[in-house]
Design a protein around this ligand. Structure first.
Ligand SMILES: NC(=O)c1ccc[n+]([C@@H]2O[C@H](COP(=O)([O-])OP(=O)(O)OC[C@H]3O[C@@H](n4cnc5c(N)ncnc54)[C@H](O)[C@@H]3O)[C@@H](O)[C@H]2O)c1
Length: 216
């Protein structure tokens, strides 16, 4: 992906390119020229060429133009549509802030961008990790295209928190609240139940102790 800065107006045009490219059938239209794209969207050819050059590594070929599939991927990547490394937390209490400030996620490339809480009225947090009022959740998720949500709210609030995440395009939920959550089919849900892990450990311990008694 190209990382150079692009202008605000180019950035604003990228979703329009993307929407149009997605309407094309890759079989019927595998390639598209900047001229054709400019004509369909009512833009200047030079402008389109410049916009595409700033996000696409594959320069349009003189006769065939750009590969539609590659261009879609490159624009999506530029816009952060494939952002699967950033996550947000709802519920900035003991558990939420511990996760927010845990540096170990970075080793795996994960970044917990911020936490949100219903009882926070002003932006806060430490070590550059922000805690925001819940009212700012939708805006930040949309702006940064966040796809992973972490629930560390009380069990009684977890379903409404989860619904809020789903409504704001979160696609994967890591749930710490000890409650069953109902989610649409397209949502990936992972429940982190520490009591279950401890129960399994305890069961294995019991078995090991039984075995060692037999050997005595
Ligand atoms: N603390 C632990 O060791 C631990 C371990 C396992 C699981 N959990 C689970 O994690 C969750 C959080 O536990 P905790 O100990 O951090 O609790 P906590 O009370 O310290 O924090 C919960 C936070 O959620 C916020 N909150 C409540 N309703 C909300 C809503 N509708 N929207 C946004 N924020 C809301 C509260 O203001 C509070 O800051 C619980 O479901 C708990 O069962 C905690």
């Amino acid at each position: 992906m190209k990382t150079k800065e692009i202008s605000k107006s180019t950035l604003q045009r990228l979703p329009a390119y993307l929407n149009y490219l997605k309407t094309l059938s890759p079989r019927e239209t595998p390639n598209i020229s900047a001229t054709a794209l400019a004509a369909v969207l009512g833009l200047g050819e030079v402008q389109v060429r410049k916009d595409l050059a700033s996000v696409s590594l594959s320069a349009g070929k003189p006769k065939t133009g750009y590969s539609v599939c590659s261009l879609i991927k490159e624009i999506e990547e530029y816009l952060g549509y494939n952002n699967i490394k950033d996550a947000v937390i709802i519920g900035a209490g003991k558990m939420g802030t511990a996760l927010l400030n845990y540096s170990g996620f970075a080793q795996y490339g994960f970044n917990i961008v911020a936490a949100f809480d219903i009882n926070v009225t002003e932006d806060g947090g430490e070590k550059g990790k922000k805690i925001f009022p819940l009212s700012k959740f939708g805006n930040l998720c949309k702006r940064l295209n966040i796809k992973i949500g972490i629930i560390t709210a009380p069990a009684s609030a977890a379903q409404e928190v989860c619904d809020l995440m789903v409504a704001n395009n979160i696609l994967a939920v890591w749930n710490f609240a000890p409650i069953h959550l109902n989610v649409p089919e397209h949502i990936l849900l992972h429940n982190e139940n520490m009591a279950v892990s401890l129960a399994i450990l305890s069961k294995h311990l019991k078995e090991n102790l039984k075995k060692s008694k037999k050997h005595l």
